[in-house]
Design a protein around this ligand. Sequence first.
Ligand SMILES: [Zn+2]
Length: 288
Amino acid sequence: MEVDENFFSSVDEDGAMLGGPAGRERRRMAAAAWLAPAAAAGLRVARNFANLVLDVIYPPSCLCCGAATASHGALCSACWGRINFIERPFCDRLGTPFAYDLGISGLLSPEAMAHPPAYARARAVARFEDGPVRELVHRLKYHDRMELAEPLGAWMARAGGELLAEADLLVPIPLHRRRLMWRQFNQAQALAVAVGRASGRKVDPFLLRRVKRTPPQIGLSRTQRAENVQGAFAVPNEAKPFVEGRAIVLIDDVLTSGATINAAARTLLRAGAARVDVLVFARVVTGA
Ligand SMILES: [Zn+2]
């Protein structure tokens, strides 16, 4: 299948997502960085290593549907064309797209004015909806496709450029210890590492801890969702000096109602963070 030329020129100027020597080298470095901390999970390491070997042996294919592509770490033109990228004009606070361009920057949506979040700004690459975006998120989260984190993180670094330029630290949304044991992999952390690599920003996964397991938010009202995640996060005492006065960007894969990320942002702000922004790969957009 042919690959849209614009895809390469617009998404990747430095070869980060391409299969060229630079891209391949970066993938190898990414693999090395990931294999070390995962050493405890022997089976997982073996599986990831096998994936890497397969990548080298087999020709490049679309990250989403598996169709042939010109290079590794890319999407085919069909999948690319089905992604709803979030572009300006959007709400300066929530990052949700506006239907019309009024030509005024810094506009806030009615939602942001009615229910201002704890975080300062949120940005996302694309809308979370059926199709390639949902598929990519799902594959990263449940199918151990860690190699996806690298290209998705590069997109996020681009979408969150203005946030990252002012950031001291990137903090992934943590999983609860027991859920992490079950899954053995936190997709938010994988994305944070990739965003950090693409933007040159430091990642610290130890500043925020998930201290309460929260039941799914589905079907809950706004108030119930906020109550559901209350007290879910904590900044350990020993981490407080590293939070105080810092501009932090919280990283996650998907922003849905925003209640969880808001609780995390509030926890960091209470611990003395100067500013908390949010960067995700995809966000749910309703009523826009
Ligand atoms: Zn495809």
